[in-house]
Design a protein around this ligand. Structure first.
Ligand code: HEM
Length: 121
């Protein structure tokens, strides 16, 4: 069943804290695609601008993969390395990214309007 296959996916997020006022510049860098879409087992990317943070900006990167192996393959790939080789810096040479945190998830329930269409139980 298609529905059951799709809920075994693997998700990895990276939450990036950015110097206040520099979030939009980091987001612009993400608009230049650097190959993740061509990786085997890649399902979805969302780059999110966090709202309402005080004192810093935040960007959330959510990636969804067919399974853990697919993520690990990308994580150790040339594509990943190239996308991360040049840390963004301000005019004065300071790193824009202050800290980050990586979290791994198993996707248990997934529901959206695309999946709902045609699903009759
Ligand atoms: C180790 C600390 C990490 C930092 C500070 C970081 C930061 C960044 C930044 C600033 C970019 C934009 C590209 C650029 O600036 O040229 C980028 C690209 C990206 N990062 Fe990271 N990242 C890290 C690790 C990770 C991890 C573990 C993931 C897994 C979810 C991830 C997911 C992505 C994705 C999907 C892209 C776009 C790649 C593409 O377009 O093919 N990053 N990262």
């Amino acid at each position: 069943m298609k529905y059951e296959e799709e809920i075994t996916m693997y998700m990895v997020s990276n939450t990036i804290q950015v110097l206040e006022g520099y979030g939009d510049q980091i987001l612009e860098r993400f608009k230049i695609r650097q190959g993740i879409e061509d990786m085997p087992g890649f399902k979805e990317l969302k780059v999110l601008k966090s709202l309402g943070k005080q004192g810093y900006d935040e960007v959330l990167v959510h990636t969804v993969w067919q399974d853990k192996a697919a993520f690990e393959n990308w994580f150790s790939s040339r594509e990943f390395h190239l996308a991360h080789r040049k840390p963004a810096r301000t005019e004065t040479g300071e790193k824009m990214v202050v800290s980050n945190s990586i979290d791994h998830y198993e996707v248990i329930v997934e529901s959206d309007t695309t999946l709902a269409v045609g699903y009759v139980g």
